[in-house]
Design a protein around this ligand. Structure first.
Ligand code: NDP
Ligand code: MG
Length: 395
């Protein structure tokens, strides 16, 4: 039977790769719904090519603009508008798989809705797992919804975990390329530019996760993501820098065996695995030839340079709403950095400021999570606009 897929965030780095993967998978998979925030031109192209039943445009102004264009396309597509349109397509009764490739906490309500409806969820959008992992995993379990990671490290762990039981796992080891500033000390980070931070040595990704990779906030978020996805305490999770990005992560079992997943650094493979799981099918990526790679190297991350990483572990240990503040402050600070309004090092300073100011709460509802998320974003903006944490010369 054909599986109907809704791709939330189809115009992004993961979304466009997902479309290529699904096209290559053939007629067993149907692109049922697509979504974008405001990339109207690309969305128009995708609509022409895939003729989905539904299109969700989350920015209301862009939705109106897209509505005018879609009128000329002469296709039978229903256009939905605003943030809640993602929920509508995520819970549509005809949808079998929700592939969430939205960036940021904005993806939370839709993945939660998909979990409530017992959908299979292929999740690239890590921020909802970070801020509401407990709620999301519990909702999925109660409704027989399967959550399959697309994040390459978590896909690797998911594959390696099949070699033993949960009780037999002694460590999960997440790898990281180390990003563009791997070799720098904290003092060297003072003057790095936006352009340097956006130049990732291995992966071609959207701007937010590219900055997260430069601060290693991405790895910190992934530690929290692994904690929830695989029910692992912080002391069983480790991070190892692996600049070649061939070993995507490893699982160590109590007998000392370490099972790793290796492949070329290409997101098409984890996207495909999440869609076809538990089956494996021929992929569109190039074969891995280790003799061409020659050498794989590993080193410990530098905790003084990448303060976000140690903070990520601390956030897992603290639990409750610490992760909500950690993530929201980062999203807001990265946005300011992308707009060239603050310096690179201000990102971690703003996150630390918000965490210090927040009284952690446990067992919170979705509404409380969203309120705290909103508070942290406003706190970052207050700091940037009302205090001295502003890039010299910008104001
Ligand atoms: P992109 O920025 O490339 O794409 C984001 C997508 O989300 C776009 O379709 C964008 O629409 C849409 N979007 C943006 N803002 C909103 C919003 N407020 N509400 C709804 N939709 C929105 O991001 P990536 O593809 O790089 O990353 C997506 C997610 O996957 C992130 O959570 C990231 O951490 C994770 N991830 C990404 C990897 C990668 O290789 N890129 C690897 C592993 C995980 P529009 O184009 O109109 O702005
Ligand atoms: Mg990753």
């Amino acid at each position: 039977m054909t599986k109907k897929i809704a791709i939330l965030g189809s115009t992004g780095s993961i979304g466009t790769k997902a479309l290529r993967v699904i096209e290559a998978l053939g007629s067993q998979y149907e692109i049922f719904a697509l979504s974008a925030h405001c990339s109207i031109e690309l969305l128009t192209e995708q609509t022409r090519r895939y003729k989905p039943k539904y299109i969700a445009v989350t920015d209301a102004n862009c939705a109106a603009e897209f509505g005018k264009i879609a009128g000329d396309l002469a296709i039978d597509t229903e256009i939905l508008s605003g943030p809640d349109s993602l929920i509508e397509i995520a819970e549509h009764p005809e949808v079998d798989i929700v592939l969430s490739a939205v960036v940021g906490a904005a993806g939370l309500p839709s993945v939660l809705a998909a979990a409530r409806r017992g959908k299979k969820i292929a999740i690239a959008n890590k921020e909802p797992l970070v801020i509401a992992g407990e709620l999301l995993m519990k909702t999925a379990k109660e409704n027989n919804s399967t959550i399959l990671p697309i994040d390459s490290e978590h896909s690797a762990i998911c594959q390696a975990l099949q070699a033993g039981s949960h009780e037999e796992v002694s460590r999960v080891i997440l790898t990281t390329s180390g990003g563009p500033f791997r070799k720098l000390n904290y003092e060297d980070l003072q003057n790095v530019t936006l352009e340097q931070a956006l130049a990732h040595p291995v992966w071609d990704m959207g701007p937010k996760i590219t900055i997260d990779s430069a601060t290693m906030m991405n790895k910190a978020l992934e530690v929290i993501e692994a904690h929830w996805l695989f029910d692992m305490p912080a002391d069983k999770i480790e991070v190892l820098v692996h600049p070649e990005s061939i070993v995507h992560s490893l699982v160590e079992f109590i007998d000392g065996s370490v099972i790793a997943q290796l492949s070329r650094p290409d997101m098409c493979l984890p996207i495909q695995y999440a869609l076809t799981y538990p089956a494996r099918v021929a992929g569109i990526g190039k074969q891995l030839r280790l003799e061409e790679i020659g050498k794989l190297t590993f080193e410990k991350p530098k905790p003084k340079t990448f303060r976000a990483l140690s903070l990520g572990f601390e956030v897992v240990r603290t639990g409750g709403t610490a992760a909500v503040v950690f993530n929201a402050a980062n999203e807001a600070a990265v946005q300011e950095f992308l707009e060239d309004k603050i310096r690179f090092v201000n990102i971690i300073e703003l996150i630390e400021h918000c965490l210090n100011k927040h009284d952690v709460k446990k067992n919170v509802s979705l509404e409380e999570i969203l309120q705290i998320d909103d508070w942290a974003r406003r706190e970052v903006q207050n700091q940037v606009y009302k205090s001295k944490i502003v890039k010299q010369g910008n104001r």
